[in-house]
Design a protein around this ligand. Structure first.
Ligand code: AGP
Length: 609
């Protein structure tokens, strides 16, 4: 969940700290409770360490340009999302040993830290934080005999849990040591400089050539060279620097909503063969025979990606004719899963680093079932660990609340449906029909975005309400859940999603004139049922905002407000219906003065359990 940066260079660059802080800011979306850095000051022959509670800006204010002429090299930095220990300066990283010789930053969780701490305390080590991380630095201190990597190696053998670690020492100052197990870490190879980071966003301003560390690897980086336990080829980051910047928008979230039509285009580009009604999906072609035999699918993901899989389940069952079920990563990993040999498990994740999803993947791999990954981040753990898979290509998503990546996931699941469906009973006509509708989607999404000012006005009318229902059925039931999640994540209002049919089994008790509902009611196979649900709410004086299909005038008679979306195939409606809900959540949060891109208590990638 945290962001890590390390820097070491041959260049005599006095702006290193500024450079490091800039790189760290690109990771702030991963955690923003507190931040800190440590660097080797060659002239004073000491390690300088500073920390501050809150955003990176607080750290910058504290530093107050103090080190502009100092050659901070090597340098390690961290932005924290608290797990063990409250949000205090002491708990912020870097952590250090008793003698203040060794400093490290960590992402992940050390599960056996209580017993290690007991042992280290007995041996006389003094702790200055409540974190799990601090045991690592004391263990390194315990094993240090002049060579940092040797001490790190010994310390790692005592750890249980997950880590991305970047370490430096005053006693071996000309190097950085990095280690990875279960938390992402990559090495950027710049010109006469190396960066180590938990996320490509931190390094692309300097280089696009990176090496992703694998679990269990240790990297030793000096100003001239680096070595990793095994020989590895560099890969290219496919993102552009501009994509990780706000580009004139007040928030990343708004920029990313505006990129939603592009996310659909990116997902379908080069993959549709309309005349044959088929879809090409990269590495899946290497497993066609095995995929053909699959008679059951399980889709595993968390949060927003989980709601995408719920839509995907409906698509796959209806159009590919394969029984499918859905589970959240956090549940799947804990329960006994009965997977027959012809069951494939599909993992969906924007980051490809979500701990619960990855733990589920690990479990499935142990059982030997075919694993399929749908991921946005190229080179992420999920992308590398699944047997086959394909990318959503939504581009970097920086706002904590997922928007365009969700659209990319829904589109990708529609592609997978055609891919698997055409291997089975799906006819040429249906394959062609879905493909032709998919091609129209980016323009239809643009039409919705043209209504942004009207959606903003509608949102204003609801800004004083404290509670919201979101209702939908069938394909748009998961969209109701996602609409509610988005609103609560960034505006902190109470919002719940519920199936339209479930309303009268309990939730309707809450409806009155102070409890508005956002109803997904496109003209599809469940339109009449949704229409009745809206009437039931109106009969109890509940205000209703309806997402309806263009041309539906009837709905205006019962709705307080209507947002129209264009007509498309029923299975693709969710890809359009979610767009106004993204805007609704965004404007609600801005009207309430919330920090849209970095909502409280959340982080972009949930890399801990
Ligand atoms: C989305 O708005 C959330 N912040 C969150 O639910 C997210 O979708 C979830 O943590 C899964 O992330 P992933 O797609 O990177 O695996």
């Amino acid at each position: 969940m945290c962001g890590i940066v390390g820097y070491i260079s041959k260049k005599e660059n006095p702006n290193t700290l500024k450079l490091g802080l800039e790189a760290l800011k690109r990771l702030e979306y991963r955690g923003y409770d507190s931040a800190g850095f440590a660097f080797w000051d060659r002239n004073k022959k000491e390690i300088v360490c500073q920390k501050a509670v809150g955003r990176i800006i607080n750290l910058e204010k504290k530093v107050n340009n103090n080190y502009t002429s100092v050659f901070a090299n090597p340098l390690i930095l961290h932005t924290r999302w608290a797990t063990h220990g409250g949000v205090t300066e002491d708990n912020a990283h870097p952590h250090f040993d008793c003698q203040k010789n060794i400093y490290l930053v960590h992402n992940g969780i050390i599960e056996n830290y209580t017993e290690l701490k007991k042992e280290l305390l007995k041996e006389g080590h003094q702790f200055s934080s409540d974190t799990d991380t601090e045991v690592v630095v004391h263990l390194i201190e315990k094993f240090f005999q002049g060579n940092l990597e040797e001490a790190v190696r010994k310390a790692l053998s005592r750890l249980k849990g997950t880590y991305g670690l970047v370490i430096m020492s005053k006693k071996d100052p000309n190097k950085i040591v990095a280690a990875k197990l279960g938390s992402p870490l990559l090495l950027g190879l710049g010109e006469d400089e190396f960066l180590i980071a938990s996320d490509p966003a931190a390094v692309i301003a300097h280089t696009k050539k990176v090496i992703y560390l694998d679990d269990g690897e240790i990297a030793i980086i000096t100003p001239d060279n680096f070595s990793i336990l095994k020989e590895k080829q560099p890969e290219e980051i496919e993102w552009e620097l501009e994509e990780t910047q706000r580009g004139g928008y007040p928030h990343f979230m708004l920029k990313e909503i505006m990129e939603e039509p592009g996310a659909i285009e990116n997902a379908i580009r080069g993959r549709l063969v309309e005349e044959e009604g088929v879809v090409k999906l990269g590495s899946l072609d290497s497993m066609t025979e095995r995929l053909r035999k699959m008679n059951r699918l399980v889709l595993v993901a968390c949060g927003t990606a989980g709601y995408a899989t719920q839509v995907g389940r409906y698509m796959l069952e209806e159009y590919a004719g394969i029984p499918a079920e859905v589970d959240s990563g956090s549940e799947f990993r804990c329960r006994k899963s009965i997977l027959s040999k012809d069951t494939a498990v599909i993992f969906v994740s924007q980051s490809g680093e979500t701990a619960d999803t990855l733990a589920s993947l690990k479990e499935v791999k142990k059982k030997g079932n075919l694993t399929i990954g749908i991921t946005n981040v190229v080179g992420s753990t999920q992308a590398r660990e699944t047997d086959v898979g394909f990318y959503t290509y939504s581009g970097p998503e920086i706002a904590v609340a997922s928007t365009k990546a969700f659209i990319g996931q829904l589109t990708s699941l529609a592609l997978l449906t055609v891919y698997l469906g055409r291997q089975r009973e799906m006819s040429l006509i249906i394959g062609k029909r879905i493909i032709s509708e998919l091609k129209k989607l980016p323009d239809l999404a643009r039409e919705i975005l043209k209504q942004t000012p009207q959606i903003k006005e509608i949102t204003k009318k609801y800004k004083d309400f404290q509670n919201f229902w979101f209702i939908g059925r069938k394909y748009n039931y998961p969209i109701a859940l996602e609409g509610a999640l988005k609103l609560k994540e960034i505006s902190y209002l109470h919002a719940e999603g519920v199936g339209g049919g479930e309303l009268k089994h309990g939730p309707i008790a809450l409806i009155d004139e102070n409890f508005p509902t956002v109803a997904l009611c496109p003209s599809d196979s469940v339109y009449e049922k949704m229409f009745s649900n809206i009437q039931e709410i109106k009969a109890r004086k509940g205000p209703v905002v309806v997402i309806a299909t263009q041309g539906n005038e009837e709905i205006k008679k019962i709705a307080d407000d209507v947002i129209y979306i264009p007509k498309t195939l029923e299975m693709l409606t969710p890809i359009l219906a979610i767009i106004p809900l993204h805007l609704f959540a965004y404007y609600m949060a801005t009207l309430l003065g919330c920090d849209v891109d970095k909502p409280r208590n959340l982080a972009k990638s949930v890399t801990v359990e």
